[in-house]
Design a protein around this ligand. Structure first.
Ligand SMILES: Cc1cc2nc3c(=O)[nH]c(=O)nc-3n(C[C@H](O)[C@H](O)[C@H](O)COP(=O)(O)OP(=O)(O)OC[C@H]3O[C@@H](n4cnc5c(N)ncnc54)[C@H](O)[C@@H]3O)c2cc1C
Length: 380
């Protein structure tokens, strides 16, 4: 029996779910709000773990293609103190494929492959339990019904309210992202400082991380503790227009004042600044099972960005797809989703606690906490 299945959202979770179903010859409708794959910048690099993101790609039959595209050398990690002294300089061993990096755009294109995504289909609401199944409302006024609707629509999910009243809350930590292009030719000193992978500098309640993407592109993340409305609750003299790149740059240079000049050059040469206050969902986030609707990835368990969110999202997408493809009738489908949710809640709950504790140590009053965390995760 062919269930009518829709996945809302074409991020790592939704596309992996759809691609694994496709591999099992099960039809799936992918509904994505963005008007086209390249409608907005895809974001920075992702490291895909052997037993999570890579396992999901294996289930999709895409592991060899991933290995051809990914950057094992991108696993390298260098840690400096605020004076610029190198404290750790970790390099992967030859043949180490535990956590290779891949650009998000490359991963998206790999997953898209033959999938027929309906672009520009923003969902506004999902109503379970109608006579013909689960009713999906679109921003353009259209409606459609399905047997199963999978909400893979990220942090601000429009599917989640059908299952849970939880909403993301601010962690007290903000990230500001900037980018550098052609770093090897335009900023060779910075290219050497960053190395083949990532470089991080930890200070009191703040840090700076630079990550190499492919093609000489570098993403720089400044993380610090700040009120959510730091740019609006200041008086006019100190107020900050987040669209004014030079004003944001000056405010960051003031925040990191006294740090080594080469480290601050990452901010001086950054091209544009994106404000990303870090939000999380409550932990654990569970709900009373509702037949015909479920959630995956950030929609289910938004957590701090410590290298796990996309990996979990993809693994969940692959696992749910395999269970759904193996479910012959409606009762089996419901049982498969119910069992999937139990497994997802337990695993995601553990990771949400680990990443929340990790974030506290990475943006800590005591910068040695960040170094200790690195040594625990990546013993030399
Ligand atoms: C700076 C940063 C760095 C990170 N680094 C890593 C890392 O190295 N490794 C890692 O594992 N994780 C990382 N993460 C976390 C990771 O990005 C997320 O966990 C992951 O993208 C979640 O995937 P998703 O598919 O659940 O959601 P998303 O990636 O948010 O995708 C959701 C999709 O749904 C679409 N959508 C939204 N609303 C609607 C709607 N109403 N209707 C239709 N479509 C809709 C969106 O356009 C989007 O395409 C990082 C996060 C950040 C912010």
């Amino acid at each position: 029996m062919r269930h009518r299945i829709a996945v809302i959202g074409g991020g790592p979770a939704g596309l992996t779910f759809a691609r694994v179903l496709h591999r099992h010859d099960h039809p799936v409708t992918v509904l994505e709000r963005d008007p086209a794959p390249d409608a907005r910048p895809p974001g920075g690099t992702l490291d895909l773990h052997e037993r999570m993101g890579q396992l999901a790609l294996d289930k999709a039959g895409l592991l060899a293609e991933f290995q051809a595209l990914s950057r094992p050398e991108g696993q390298a990690m260098r840690i400096l103190d605020a004076d610029g002294t190198v404290l750790r300089d970790w390099q992967p061993r030859p043949g180490d494929l535990a956590n290779p990096e891949i650009d998000r755009g490359q991963l998206r294109d790999l997953l898209l492959g033959p999938l027929d995504v309906r672009w520009g289909r923003g969902v506004t609401e999902v109503v379970p339990g109608t006579r013909d199944g689960v009713l999906v409302h679109f921003a353009d006024g259209r409606q459609e019904t399905f047997d199963l609707v999978v909400g893979a629509d990220g942090a601000w999910s429009r599917v989640r309210p059908a299952l849970s009243s939880a909403t993301p809350h601010y962690t007290g930590i903000t990230m500001v992202e900037t980018s550098l292009d052609d770093v090897d030719t335009r900023h060779p000193d910075l290219a050497r400082l960053i190395g083949d992978g990532s470089m991080a500098v930890y200070g009191v309640n703040r840090n700076l991380v630079a990550q190499r993407n492919s093609g000489g592109h570098v993403k720089v993340y400044a993380q610090f503790r700040a009120p959510l409305d730091r740019h609006t609750n200041l008086d006019r003299r100190a107020g900050l227009d987040l669209d004014d790149a030079e004003a944001v740059r000056s405010s960051l240079l003031a925040l990191f004042d006294g740090w080594a000049a080469p480290v601050l050059d990452l901010l001086r040469h950054g091209t544009a600044f994106v404000h990303r206050p870090l939000y999380v969902l409550p932990v654990p986030h569970t709900w009373t099972h509702v037949p015909g609707v479920t959630l995956l990835g950030d929609a289910a368990h938004l957590m701090p960005p410590l290298g796990v969110g996309a990996n979990l999202a993809m693994l969940e997408g692959a696992e749910l797809a395999e269970s759904v493809a193996a479910a012959p009738g409606p009762a089996d489908l419901d049982e498969a989703v119910r069992a999937f949710e139990e497994q997802m809640w337990a695993r995601a709950g553990r990771w949400a606690k680990i990443t929340a504790a990790g974030l506290e140590r990475l943006v800590s009053p005591d910068p040695t906490q960040a170094l200790a965390l690195f040594d625990e995760v990546q013993p030399s």
